[in-house]
Design a protein around this ligand. Structure first.
Ligand SMILES: Cc1cc2nc3c(=O)[nH]c(=O)nc-3n(C[C@H](O)[C@H](O)[C@H](O)COP(=O)(O)OP(=O)(O)OC[C@H]3O[C@@H](n4cnc5c(N)ncnc54)[C@H](O)[C@@H]3O)c2cc1C
Length: 449
């Protein structure tokens, strides 16, 4: 993977008073940030689309504006480190894992070793204690090599770890976060056969018992479920209250009555497991209640709003990976009519346009991430980022197949895989129509007098 592409889309590191030795000790194993990294990372332009701030917003009025793609020192180190891991370790396995429709267990272990499964988990729980943007960068860089590995990292970090950090009791945090940071993959279980876009129409029920709760029902389309040891499950504890009965639980693999009913065979991200899960009288101890009874719908909405920025990052990384793969071929390998095919203006214009689209998608993604970190409204920004980045990923990966001609169409290379993998961006964590609904609803509110 050529670093020149990275440099072109990412501005050079700003001057820093810290020495290289301090920097490298801070990134041992990728991620051991200085205590001030969150503050450092906020020293940039955090706004673009809305001047309004929530009550919890950080005051950024005296921060000099900087390019939205400017990264802190620790985030830059993270980018370089994950890009190297993705190129050296993930990319060589991408084709084989896609053909096998399975994630290599050794790679899952390496993801933990690299600190990529506990990015925002504080160090006291065994994680890396980094910020949200660091997670977004990791997801993006992994997707450049393999979007399946990227979504494993995304769901685990931005949905599951975040939920436990935000709403877990001290018992839940102490029991599960050290495992999620070091050796146990997690799944986020919301969708069901009867409830996709209309997620809160779920049929899975929870019943309270003297010892805790009993779950009954089925979940569908659950990412990471083959690899996972911990499942964040949403079920309705009081259907008489409608969606206000939805409650979140932490369920461990191996609990009697819990089973994987079916593993899906998919068009894309085939190394990422997607399964139907059954819950037949699954007993959950009362300590594994996540947060408060009846608050599950609020938790799910909140997590998915953040998670969408992760999917947008995955799609941006995918688009860049597809573009780079084809650009290398067009500018180095393939000659027709006596020239490299990348010399033809018809090719160059398309490639330049596609690269511009990727940079625009990245700007939306980083802006949404920074707004979230600053405590500003970010829901519209996250929806726009996910919508646009998934469109760009679809367009660019499709063009990249064409730029490579027959070589783009065969399964020898990765062009056709990026194209297949891109399709999921418009479906999970809210379809494109659902993102458009969200954007339009907020705009209508803003523009209604
Ligand atoms: C590979 C994969 C991995 C997934 N991983 C997870 C996971 O880990 N956890 C999890 O809980 N779920 C997961 N999902 C589920 C995913 O979030 C849903 O598939 C998605 O929300 C869409 O739901 P659906 O498939 O039921 O489609 P539907 O809701 O049936 O939608 C079908 C079509 O109707 C349109 N539509 C629906 N409602 C509206 C509306 N109000 N306005 C306009 N158009 C509308 C949609 O845009 C779409 O085009 C995954 C799905 C896939 C395919």
């Amino acid at each position: 993977m050529s670093s020149s592409f990275t440099r072109a889309l990412r501005p050079a590191l700003r001057t820093s008073s810290r020495t290289l030795a301090q920097r490298s000790s801070a990134i041992a194993g990728i991620v051991r940030p200085a205590a001030s990294s969150n503050v450092t990372s906020l020293r940039r332009n955090l706004s673009s689309t809305s001047p309004r701030r929530s009550a919890s917003a950080i005051d950024i009025s005296d921060i000099p504006p900087t390019p939205i793609t400017h990264l802190s020192e620790i985030e830059t180190a993270m980018t370089e480190s994950v890009a190297k891991f993705a190129a050296d370790v993930v990319l060589p396995k991408a084709r084989e894992m896609d053909e096998a429709e399975a994630m290599d267990p050794a790679l899952v272990e390496q993801m933990f070793e690299q600190g990529l499964m506990g990015i925002e988990i504080p160090e006291e729980y065994g994680g890396a204690g980094m910020n949200f943007t660091a997670a977004i960068i990791a997801i993006e860089e992994l997707a450049r090599a393999d979007p399946s590995v990227s979504v494993m990292c995304d769901v685990h970090n931005t949905l599951c770890n975040t939920a436990l950090l935000k709403w877990g009791s001290e018992h839940v945090k102490r029991t599960f976060l050290p495992r999620l940071a070091t050796d146990t993959v997690a799944s986020f279980c919301l969708s069901e056969p009867v409830s996709g876009s209309d997620a809160f129409a779920m049929a899975t029920r929870a019943t309270e018992t003297p010892d805790g709760f009993v779950l009954n029902g089925s979940k569908m389309w659950i990412t990471n479920s083959v690899e996972a040891g911990v499942f964040l499950v949403f079920a309705n504890l009081d259907p008489s209250k409608g969606y206000k009965g939805i409650t979140a639980f932490v369920v461990e693999k191996g609990t009697p009555g819990f089973s994987i009913a079916k593993k899906e065979k998919k068009l894309g991200i085939r190394a990422s497991s997607t399964c139907v899960l059954n819950f037949d009288d699954v007993a959950v101890p009362k300590e594994n209640l996540l947060g408060e009874r009846g608050q599950g719908y609020k938790y799910a909405i909140s997590i998915l709003n953040e998670g969408r920025i992760g999917i947008a990052a995955q799609m941006t990384g995918l688009a860049l990976g597809a573009w780079e793969n084809a650009a290398r071929y067009a500018w180095n390998d393939r000659r027709q009519f006596g020239s490299l095919i990348g010399e033809f203006q018809g090719m160059q214009h398309q490639m330049a346009q596609a690269y511009t689209d990727i940079a625009a998608a990245r700007a939306l993604v980083y802006n949404a991430a920074r707004r979230k970190e600053a405590g500003q409204d970010f829901i519209k920004d996250a929806a726009m980022a996910k919508l646009y980045a998934s469109q760009v990923a679809g367009r660019v990966s499709s063009l990249a197949v064409e730029w490579m001609g027959g070589m783009g169409f065969v399964r020898e290379g990765l062009a056709e895989k990026y194209f297949r993998d891109s399709k999921i961006g418009a479906i999970y964590e809210g379809t494109s129509n659902i993102q458009l609904n969200t954007i339009a609803k907020i705009l209508q509110k803003e523009y209604t007098s």
